[in-house]
Design a protein around this ligand. Structure first.
Ligand code: ARG
Length: 262
C-alpha cells in the first residue's frame, strides 16, 4: 500500500444516466455531497496520507470515482477502458493527469473492458480481480501481465455488486471482508485459498456498501449504516470510522470508489 491517494472534488457530480442498479435517478444534493466528500478527504489526511487532486470535467459526473481511473503499481498505470460510453471520455482526462505526474501509462485495446481499481486489488505480488459486469477476463489478464502480477480472477455474479470493491475489501496481508452472495462458487474457493482470515458480511451490511471502505494500517473509513461487521471489526482491533455517503450511493458508489491509491 502506498501513502498517496488521488481524489476528485465532486464539483460536477450528479446522477444523469443509469449504468448500474443503484442509479434510479434520485436527486443529488450537491452541497451534502461536497460535505460528505470532505469528510473522506479529512479522514484520509488525518492518517498522514498525502491527498492529490484531479479536476472534474463538467460533462463527466462519475469522474469523482477515481478508483475507476486505472490500476497503479509503482510507476506504472494501466488505464481503464470503461464499458459504458457515458464514462469512456474519462480515460483521456486521467491519462493526461498520470502522464503529467510522470507515470508510465498503458492503454488496453479498445474492445476490451477494464475498470481499474473498481475491479482490482493488489496484495503483494498478487492481483485479485473481479470480472463479468464491468471488466472482462481479457482486461484483467492483460492488466496483471503489464503490472507483473499473479492474477486471481474472481467471477462476479450479482448485478448490485458490479465492481469488486463493492463486495470485497482487503484489511491487511492476511485478512479481508467480503459478501459471499456477490461471487461465483469457484471465486469463493479462490478467496478462501489465498486469504487466511476471510470475514463474511450479511446482506444488510453488504447493501450498506461496507466493503467499499478505505483501509490504511488497521484503520478503516466505512460507509455509514453497517452494523454487525462494525462490531466484528472492533473486536478484532480495527478502528472503524463511519461516514455518511448517501449522495454517492445514489450513483452506486461510496468511499473506496472515490479513492485511488497511487
Ligand atoms: N456510477 C458509477 C458507475 O456505475 C459508480 C462507480 C463506482 N465505483 C466503484 N469503484 N465501484 O460506474
Amino acid at each position: 500500500m502506498t501513502n498517496t491517494v488521488l481524489l476528485c472534488p465532486p464539483i460536477f457530480f450528479d446522477v444523469t444516466y443509469s449504468i448500474n442498479p443503484w442509479m434510479q435517478g434520485d436527486k443529488v444534493d450537491k452541497a451534502i455531497a461536497m460535505d460528505q466528500w470532505f469528510k473522506l478527504k479529512y479522514g484520509i489526511e488525518a492518517w498522514g496520507v498525502e491527498v492529490k487532486l484531479i479536476g472534474q470535467e463538467p460533462r463527466l459526473p462519475d469522474m469523482v470515482f477515481t478508483a475507476n481511473a486505472g490500476t497503479v503499481r509503482g510507476n506504472k498505470v494501466v488505464l481503464s477502458n470503461f464499458k459504458h460510453p457515458e464514462r469512456q471520455l474519462e480515460t483521456d482526462v486521467y491519462e493526461r493527469w498520470f502522464k503529467a505526474a510522470g507515470y508510465e501509462t498503458h492503454r488496453l485495446p479498445r474492445k476490451i473492458n477494464f475498470e481499474g481499481c473498481g475491479d482490482t486489488v493488489i496484495m503483494g505480488d498478487k492481483m485479485f480481480a473481479g470480472y463479468g459486469w464491468r471488466s472482462d477476463l481479457g482486461g484483467i489478464r492483460r492488466a496483471a501481465k503489464i503490472l507483473g502480477l499473479e492474477l486471481i480472477p474472481l467471477k462476479l455474479n450479482h448485478p448490485n455488486f458490479y465492481h469488486l470493491d463493492t463486495c470485497f475489501c482487503l484489511l491487511g496481508q492476511q485478512s479481508a471482508m467480503y459478501y459471499p452472495g456477490a461471487f461465483s462458487p469457484s471465486a469463493i474457493k479462490k478467496l478462501k485459498k489465498h486469504i487466511p482470515e476471510l470475514i463474511p458480511l450479511d446482506v444488510h451490511d453488504a447493501t450498506m456498501f461496507a466493503c467499499n471502505s478505505v483501509v490504511h494500517d488497521g484503520r478503516i473509513l466505512m460507509p455509514a449504516g453497517a452494523q454487525k461487521i462494525v462490531e466484528e471489526l472492533d473486536i478484532r482491533g480495527y478502528e472503524v470510522t463511519q461516514i455518511n455517503t448517501s449522495e454517492f450511493l445514489k450513483s452506486g458508489g461510496s468511499l473506496q470508489c472515490m479513492t485511488l491509491w497511487i
